[in-house]
Design a protein around this ligand. Structure first.
Ligand SMILES: *[C@@H]1O[C@H](CO)[C@@H](O)[C@H](O)[C@H]1NC(C)=O
Ligand SMILES: *[C@@H]1O[C@H](CO)[C@@H](O)[C@H](O)[C@H]1NC(C)=O
Ligand SMILES: *[C@@H]1O[C@H](CO)[C@@H](O)[C@H](O)[C@H]1NC(C)=O
Length: 617
């Protein structure tokens, strides 16, 4: 799919054309990837990771034919270890690029006019404008065919990105990037106001959602974009010299967009494939550690989605996060030994989140048999039948119950005050640690005792639920399914054990709502007493299932075991319709911005789109 540009290769004296046939074919297009790493200042070892993002992206560009690429990295004003890391990386990979243009300035640390390293202060803005312009000038000077600009907050995950962009033969084209959080942030604008500010357009959402797919003319792409330096218009483009009569802000991307417009051209964005993600831009009320959390979230999500997982480059040394137990006595993660992939993913997630968890080998339903059940006195609750299948409990469900049960026992045995329980198929809300901590502050503030707190669940009676008075983070749960993640106190565990539930067992996610007396099946309820657990729920949720019932990668070890072939949620909850609702709930929750940014989410998003134009903020 490379564009046939043979003549231009010869213009480029710095590229040697080898005689390897493979190379000759590639040599038709000489790619110069000048990467402007606009490192936004950093705390030691923190932004490190943000830098690695870009680095990973660049390494992947290996498939574009590295020996035809020059890589440029500019990094300065760091307040962290970025430069050392970039140098380490370059030492390992530079020989595979045609050449390297690296500019580091380790003397300047931060900007004198910034309130926070996430602020677009005058000085930062000027420097970035200068940096981008010098990269562009440099690419022109060496007769590069293209320049690909990519900022440090992008994870470029699609190895064909450059080929795809080049094949479109546009003056300026950006690969549409997914946002690091669900929601409508991306690296392009659908419309622009006269003065050059962001405006929401009608088709913006359709493009972001990929309801419309293709190549779209748009007034602005930024953060990751390819400029075709052979296009007649390219000499007119600039990041720091606005066209005549320009009345907009001093802002690199807005000036650049106006230079495109001034020659009657437009930028393009392409969304035909998944290319990668862009970090949601945080404003100056945030800290760099938040940026790191956001980046970790991208890595966590990449382990869930069907995209290649993002691991740190083997060529850089990334310090491990310190781990703790989140302020609890123990953190458990239940996993079946025969599901090593799930275990691996969760452990990796705990590494990123700094969680020191204890793995509990789940009781495998496949290993259970009647004699064992008899021996342990395990009996199904009289009158229990799955509400939709009218069937008995499955071995998988019994195994799942026993796995949780063994944790409750340990909590009492070791006299733990409070613990966290995760199953192995969870997906974490962005800023999970901080939100959990904030929620626990609310709990401490409002409750002397509590027994159980859901971090995520399937609500069955949303209309009957209400928030805990005076709290923005806690709700009173009604009848709910799932046990993907919850917090349990010592007396919560005692209450669960006191009922001797092994002798009248029902699935664990039915048992919990019974114990706080919110089950709809009265005949089951009455067989347990007292049902006085104090149960709360995170609201919005802090955890979601990795896959919803019926989705391609959904499977359940509790549900797919002997006796029954179908997921109960799907049946109980009406399949697709419900799945959609679940997902919408996810989106609602994920759209909500983290604390520091309590403005109307939509308005906030739009303001952040115009991002660095302070007048509007
Ligand atoms: C900074 O990065 C370099 C290169 O990766 C590493 O060797 C060094 O230990 C790091 N220093 C700190 C303080 O993290
Ligand atoms: C990227 O965004 C699209 C919607 O535009 C979504 O369908 C897709 O699942 C997202 N991909 C990833 C890997 O997040
Ligand atoms: C029944 O299950 C128990 C526990 O998994 C196991 O130790 C025992 O060997 C099994 N018995 C039979 C007859 O399969």
């Amino acid at each position: 799919m490379l564009s046939p540009r043979t003549p231009y290769v010869l213009k480029s004296p710095i590229f040697s054309v080898s005689h390897d046939p493979q190379d000759l074919r590639l040599a038709v297009v000489v790619v110069v990837a000048v990467v402007v790493v606009v490192v936004r200042a950093v705390v030691v070892a923190l932004q490190v990771v943000v830098v690695v993002v870009a680095v990973v992206g660049v390494e992947m560009s290996g498939c574009y034919g590295l020996n035809k690429q020059e890589i440029g990295i500019h990094s300065d004003h760091n307040i962290d270890n970025s430069t050392a890391i970039l140098k380490e990386w370059l030492a390992a990979v530079s020989s595979s690029y045609h050449s390297v243009e690296a500019k580091f300035d380790e003397k300047k640390r931060g900007y004198t006019d910034e309130k926070s390293p996430l602020e677009w202060s005058e000085k930062r803005m000027s420097n970035v404008m200068k940096k981008r312009q010098s990269a562009l000038d440099y690419a022109r000077k060496i007769w590069a065919d293209y320049i690909f600009m990519i900022d440090a907050d992008v994870t470029l995950e699609n190895k064909k990105t450059l080929q795809i962009l080049m094949a479109q033969q546009r003056l300026v084209i950006g690969p549409m990037l997914n946002s690091s959080t669900e929601g409508y942030y991306s690296n392009f604008w659908g419309a622009m106001s006269e003065k050059g500010y962001y405006r929401r357009s009608e088709h913006y959402i359709n493009i972001v959602d990929r309801e419309d797919m293709g190549v779209f003319p748009v007034p602005m792409v930024h953060t990751a974009l390819l400029i075709d330096l052979h296009h007649w218009g390219s000499p007119y483009l600039s990041y720091n010299r606005p066209p005549k009569d320009y009345a907009g802000p001093r802002d690199d991307i807005i000036i650049f967009a106006h230079t495109v417009k001034a020659i009657g051209e437009t930028m393009h964005v392409i969304n035909t494939e998944y290319f990668g993600r862009v970090l949601y831009p945080l404003n100056e009320n945030y800290k760099l550690t938040d940026d790191l959390d956001l980046f970790d979230h991208v890595k966590l999500e990449a382990m869930v989605e069907e995209v290649p997982p993002l691991y740190s480059s083997p060529h850089v040394h990334v310090p491990m996060r310190p781990k703790d137990k989140l302020g609890f006595d123990e953190v458990y993660m239940i996993n079946l030994k025969r599901r090593p992939a799930r275990r691996f993913r969760m452990l990796k997630a705990f590494d990123y989140l700094g969680i020191d968890a204890k793995v509990i080998d789940a009781v495998d339903g496949r290993q259970l048999n009647d004699s064992y059940l008899e021996e342990r006195g395990i009996k199904q609750l009289p009158g229990y039948a799955d509400p939709y299948h009218n069937r008995a409990m499955k071995m998988g469900e019994i195994g799942c119950f026993l796995s949780h049960y063994q944790i409750w026992e340990e909590v009492v045995e070791k006299n733990y005050e409070k613990v966290v329980v995760f199953e192995d198929d969870v997906r974490f809300e962005v800023f999970f640690r901080r939100k959990l901590q904030q929620m626990m502050e609310d709990v401490a503030d409002k409750f002397e005792i509590w027994d159980l707190i859901y971090m995520g669940r399937k609500r069955l009676n949303k209309d009957l639920e209400r928030m805990v008075e005076g709290s923005q983070r806690l709700a009173w749960p009604h009848y709910s399914y799932w046990t993907i993640g919850y917090l349990l106190s010592n007396h919560g565990a005692r209450k669960l054990l006191d009922q001797k539930p092994l002798g009248k067992m029902i699935p664990v996610d039915e048992y919990l709502p019974i114990m706080f007396n919110k089950h709809t099946e009265k005949e089951w309820l009455v067989q347990y007493s007292p049902r006085d657990m104090i149960a709360l729920s995170a609201e919005p949720f802090l955890l979601y299932p990795t896959h919803y019932t019926g989705e391609p990668h959904y499977f359940s070890d509790t549900e797919d075991s002997v006796v029954i072939s179908k997921g109960k949620e799907e049946e109980k909850k009406g399949g697709d319709q419900d799945k959609k609702q679940d997902k919408e709930e996810t989106r609602d929750a994920k759209d909500s911005l983290p604390e520091a940014n309590k403005i109307e989410p939509q308005a906030a998003l739009e303001k952040l789109q115009s991002a660095r134009t302070k007048e509007e903020l």
